[in-house]
Design a protein around this ligand. Structure first.
Ligand code: DCP
Ligand code: MG
Length: 363
């Protein structure tokens, strides 16, 4: 049975834009000698003995099977002649700001959801063909001004626009008009729905639900019994019902940095120095984004992959590196039990962007 999509498919037209192989594309733009090569951004592969993971890679590298979050040692096995680079965050943050500035200039409600993606509510374009022309112009502008490609999805809801931007990457443009929404979603695996991870996917598989079509047809009462009320929103997605709006102020949610030690360590001096370096880096990202934060989270992964995190929310927003560093050290002391450490990380969240006026008042 084809669900009735008229309720959710009002007149909204949502555009989702996601940059293609973002960190790698910025590197290839700025270093022409890298173009056309398999470029992998992430930890040092150290001739295959490296630890840590791939942040991203060029589409040429993807042809070798390399993916984000894969161990860098595995990437090295798949493509030993690839160009392995460590990330240059300030450059990516600048490129991200350039993209967002172009998007903002169009004057539609905009919600940045990560370093390289944003939603725009372009409903006032009136029709999908008009919105498609706009999407083509946006892609051209970004390519001409920044020499970077992106992929865009247009759909009646945010969730479907996000799914759509991903289907014809790189340099894609996918338009899902209300009448095509179900036929677009139906054959896709449920994993394509943002928020469905490996665990939910496995649970759904066990119930015989593999595709979005299976999900749409499933008895909602059984789904609720298994997943709670959130099952309703999940099934609604398949019918194009998704009332979530493009929220202008909802920008970057967290800034984080983590590192894997070359050898597991319990050397407190090395750990403290590493913590300082990580704190400095996340604080720089914070100031590049013109943000202050209130919550600091420290993550420690021990030998054997046992991971502990501890967070603290401060009474006031701050961007002060010394305050954040001290807080990170205190949190670390609370969770460090003397065992050897494999990985250390810091995350800053609960942001408040500060404008020029507030800045002058603070200094
Ligand atoms: N990123 C990361 N670690 C991950 C995933 C992503 O550090 N596990 C970083 C690097 C990416 C950037 O975030 O360049 C944007 O993430 P995307 O998921 O959008 O991936 P890409 O833009 O690299 O590739 P795609 O063309 O698939 O969007
Ligand atoms: Mg991307």
């Amino acid at each position: 049975m084809v669900p009735d999509i008229t309720e959710g498919a009002s007149q909204r037209i949502i555009l989702h834009l996601d940059m293609d192989s973002f960190y790698a594309s910025v590197e290839m733009r700025d270093r022409p000698e890298l173009r056309g090569k398999p470029v992998i951004i992430g930890a040092d592969p150290n001739q295959g003995k490296g630890r840590g993971v791939v942040a991203t890679c060029s589409y040429e590298a993807r042809a070798f099977g390399i993916r984000s979050a894969m161990p860098i040692s595995q990437a090295f096995v798949l493509c030993p002649h690839g160009v392995f680079l460590s990330p240059d965050f300030p450059r990516y943050v600048k490129a991200s700001a350039d993209v967002m500035a172009i998007l903002k200039a169009y004057g539609f409600p905009i919600q940045q959801v990560s370093i390289d993606e944003a939603f725009l509510d372009v409903s006032r374009m009136g029709t999908f063909p008009a919105a498609t022309d706009l999407a083509v112009r946006i892609k051209d502008t970004i390519l001409t001004h920044l020499r970077l490609t992106c992929s865009i999805g247009l759909a009646p809801t945010k969730v479907v626009a996000k799914i759509a931007s991903d289907v014809h990457k790189p340099d894609g443009l996918t338009v899902v008009e209300p009448e095509n929404l179900f036929s677009f979603l139906a054959p896709m695996p449920v994993r394509k729905i943002p928020g469905i991870g490996k665990k939910s996917e496995t649970e759904l598989f066990e119930m015989g639900i593999r595709t979005i079509r299976d999900l749409a047809a499933y008895d909602i009462q059984v789904l609720i019994a298994r997943f709670g009320r959130s099952a309703i929103a999940l099934q609604d997605i398949t019918a194009g019902i998704d009332k979530s709006e493009v929220k202008e102020r909802d920008g970057v949610k967290s800034v984080s940095r983590e590192t894997t030690f070359v050898n597991d360590t319990d050397d407190e001096h090395l750990i403290a120095a590493t913590m300082d370096a990580l704190a400095e880096e996340v604080c720089r990202n914070l100031s590049d984004e013109s943000l202050h934060c209130r919550t600091i989270t420290v993550k420690v992964r021990y030998q054997g992959f046992v991971t502990r995190t501890k967070a603290r929310t401060l009474p006031h927003y701050t961007g002060d590196p010394a305050t954040l560093r001290t807080c990170a050290h205190t949190l670390f002391r609370d969770i460090f039990d003397g065992r050897k450490i494999r990985l250390l990380g810091i995350r800053l969240s609960s942001f408040n962007s500060f404008d020029a006026l507030q800045m002058t008042l603070e200094v």
